[in-house]
Every structure is written in structure tokens, then in C-alpha cells.
Design a protein around this ligand. Structure first.
Ligand SMILES: Nc1ncnc2c1ncn2[C@@H]1O[C@H](COP(=O)(O)OP(=O)(O)OP(=O)(O)O)[C@@H](O)[C@H]1O
Length: 239
């Protein structure tokens, strides 16, 4: 059950589709894996083609531009049921293939939903513009909440790590990796400020004061970790 306050938050539209929008989008989809398939395309990666003729393993496809193409079934990839459009966790996909993963990430990115789970992993696509999804109100949605209760976000992963650390009294590690410019530094800063927020001040003081405190911790941590900055680095957090 989604909290009404959350839906009214300016960041919510970048976190989760409302049920009616999701249903509308699914209803608009006019293809399924019986009639259509993914086929490689040099410009788009994969495009959806209409399966016009099936002769054993040989398909005659009609492409979106009207051209026909004869392919072997092995060159095609299956399309997922409509209910998985913009799925929040790609581990749920019926057909976990490259085309479907790219399609899902792309569709979510068009909607500026930049975080998506793939099982235990969280995938981030850099929006190159500031979205209102790192605010105090959004962070508060994630405090002490299970992953299944809230939309995919770095804060959900951070909160789980924090709870594991407190519960198991064990160090936790997070691996943030990606190519240059992918957003590793920015995401690392967000993780650290989340920890500062939830661990840095008593509940009743979590207002402007804790934000200032978190800023100091972020600055300190960035100075500390900057010399070790490589495309792949691990951040260890100690209780
Ligand atoms: N969450 C985000 N929201 C909006 N813009 C972002 C976000 N993360 C990164 N960016 C943008 O992308 C740019 C590059 O991000 P960042 O410096 O974190 O990449 P990086 O992976 O650490 O790169 P490098 O490995 O080259 O240091 C940032 O300057 C910022 O403009």
C-alpha cells in the first residue's frame, strides 16, 4: 500500500508509475511473443518485428519500416508479457534476454526512472540533470523500509546495508562501478549523505541541522576517498 504523501512528493513521478498509468501503458501495447519478436538492428540495438511467416526455425519478419527480413529463430529474442513493461526488477522478466533488458532500461529512462533492480544489483542510468529524488522527503520514504515496500533507489540499498550493519554487527561493503562519467562519485556522495542522515542525529533533530552535519561528512569522505578513485572502488563502512 503506497502512502498518499509519497505520491504527492515532487520526486515520486521519477520513482514509480501510478497504477492507472501503468495499466494504460500496458493496454496500449499491441504486441506479444506469439506475434512479435526482438531482432538486432544496427542503429537501435534491437527492434520489434512482426512475425509474418514461420517455417520451422525460419521466420519471415516485417520490420517497423515495412521491410521484410528472413532470419533464423536463433537470431531473434522473445518479447516479455505487457505486465513487465518498465518493471522495477528485471529478475522478474519471463524472458531475461539482452533485448528485453535494454528495452526495459530504455523505457524507464524515457520516463526518467533512473534506478532499476536486476536481482541483487541496482542499475543506474545517468540523467545528467538533477531530479528531486535525493531530497529529505524522499530519503525518509526509505528509512527502515524493506526493498519490496519502496521503488528502486540507492537509498533502499543503503538502508539495507545500514540495517545489516546494525543488526549483524558486521562491516558492509558496496561496490559502485561503471565507466567514466557514469555517476559513481555522485552516487557515492548520496550514499554517504544517507548514512549521515540516518546515523548522524537523533530522530527529533533530523532537520536542517542534520543536513549540515551530513554535508560535512560527505566533504570529509570525498577528501578521504578521492586519492583511491578508480573506475571500481569499494567503500567500507564501519560501525
Ligand atoms: N544522480 C545524478 N543526477 C544527476 N546528474 C548526475 C548524477 N550522477 C552523476 N550526474 C552527472 O554526471 C556527471 C559525472 O558523474 P560522476 O562524476 O559521478 O561520474 P564518475 O562515474 O565518478 O566519473 P569518473 O569515473 O570519470 O570520475 C556529474 O558531474 C553530474 O553532472
Amino acid at each position: 500500500m503506497v502512502n498518499l504523501e509519497w505520491i504527492q512528493d515532487p520526486g515520486w513521478q521519477y520513482l514509480r508509475l501510478t497504477d492507472d498509468v501503468a495499466l494504460k501503458e500496458q493496454a496500449m501495447r499491441k504486441f506479444d511473443n506469439k506475434t512479435h519478436c526482438w531482432v538486432p538492428d544496427p542503429a537501435e540495438g534491437f527492434i520489434i518485428a512482426d512475425i509474418s511467416i514461420v517455417e520451422g526455425n525460419n521466420y519471415t519478419l516485417t520490420l517497423p519500416n515495412g521491410e521484410t527480413r528472413k532470419v533464423n529463430k536463433d537470431e531473434t529474442q522473445e518479447i516479455n508479457p505487457a505486465k513487465y513493461e518498465k518493471t522495477e526488477d528485471m529478475a522478474n522478466l519471463t524472458f531475461l534476454n539482452e533485448a528485453s533488458v535494454l528495452h526495459n532500461l530504455r523505457q524507464r529512462y524515457y520516463g526518467m526512472m533512473i534506478y532499476t533492480y536486476s536481482g541483487l544489483f541496482l542499475v543506474f542510468i545517468n540523467p545528467y540533470k538533477m531530479l528531486p529524488i535525493y531530497t529529505d522527503s524522499v530519503a525518509n520514504m526509505y528509512v527502515n523500509r524493506r526493498r519490496s515496500e519502496v521503488p528502486p533507489h540507492l537509498f533502499a540499498v543503503s538502508d539495507l546495508a545500514y540495517r545489516n550493519m546494525m543488526g549483524e554487527k558486521e562491516n558492509q561493503s558496496m561496490l559502485i562501478t561503471g565507466e567514466s562519467g557514469a555517476g559513481k562519485t555522485e552516487n557515492t556522495k548520496k550514499v554517504i549523505s544517507y548514512f549521515a542522515r540516518i546515523g548522524g542525529a537523533p530522530k527529533e533533530q533530523k532537520s536542517k541541522k542534520s543536513v549540515r552535519f551530513s554535508d560535512q561528512i560527505v566533504l570529509f569522505a570525498v577528501i578521504l576517498f578521492y586519492p583511491f578513485k578508480t573506475p571500481q572502488y569499494i567503500l567500507f563502512l564501519k560501525q
